[in-house]
Design a protein around this ligand. Structure first.
Ligand SMILES: C[S@@+](CC[C@H](N)C(=O)[O-])C[C@H]1O[C@@H](n2cnc3c(N)ncnc32)[C@H](O)[C@@H]1O
Length: 221
């Protein structure tokens, strides 16, 4: 009871803060915190924001990257415009989505962030499997659009496939760090994986490996 009360108070805190400071979502504070720690988004960065609606992260990216940046935001749902951000409606699990993103970016990205999350069913294994699926699609897109040395930030849910996904990401990036922001709800199983220093720009072997990774775990029906 007491713990729940404290959690509610904290949710209220970030919710109120977001409202007062003009952010569309309390999740904006998670990205601000992650960026303070890892310095992923810098002035002039080219950034791809996957699972971007309603746009809290895109607002933060726009502030951090500034006027000389290139920012593309993608979501399966519609999203109201943000100055300096190109909003694209698209499903990141659709194979045609990557080509559209590349066209919108017009150049390699410095950073890809993915806060994409499924509609929560409340059934733990199902939610986790869907979350990993979105994370794998996000990684697949990141490997195709990032420049060598680029960074990838992705939301995951802690569970059975978490370690497998981290091992997979480690093959492509120099460093990977798991981070749980203060602004994440304490009862949530979410964690963020920060991957820095892409070894090589995307190659076909990476795609084949990722295709095999879809068999990380059979999805519950
Ligand atoms: C937690 S919200 C993102 C919040 C966002 N970072 C912000 O700060 O406003 C997760 C988003 O993932 C999106 N999403 C889920 N599945 C997707 C898919 N297959 N393709 C694109 N977006 C997807 C949802 O529509 C939802 O808007």
């Amino acid at each position: 009871m007491a713990k729940g009360w404290r959690t509610d108070q904290k949710q209220d805190y970030y919710f109120r803060k977001a409202k007062a400071e003009g952010y569309r979502a309390r999740s904006a504070y998670k990205l601000l915190e992650i960026n303070t720690k890892f310095n992923l988004i810098r002035p002039g960065s080219t950034v791809l924001d996957l699972g971007a609606a309603p746009g809290g992260w895109s607002q933060v990216i726009s502030q951090l990257a500034g006027p000389s940046s290139r920012i593309v935001a993608v979501d399966i749902q519609s999203m109201a415009p943000i100055p300096g951000v190109q909003v694209m409606r698209g499903d990141i699990t659709d194979p045609n989505c990557t080509g559209r993103i590349q066209e919108a970016l017009g150049q390699d990205a410095d950073v890809v962030v993915s806060d994409a999350a499924p509609n929560v069913s409340g059934i733990g294994p199902t939610d986790q499997a869907r979350s990993i699926e979105l994370a794998i699609h996000s990684l697949g897109i990141a490997l195709r659009v990032l420049r060598k040395g680029g960074a990838f930030l992705v939301k995951l849910f802690r569970g059975e496939d978490f370690d497998n996904f981290v091992s997979l990401a480690k093959r492509y990036f120099q460093t990977t760090r798991t981070y749980i922001p203060e602004a994440s709800r304490k009862e949530s199983r979410e964690a963020y994986l920060v991957c820095m220093g892409l070894h090589e720009k995307f190659d076909l072997d990476a795609l084949r490996e990722l295709a095999r990774a879809y068999g990380l775990r059979k999805r519950p029906k």
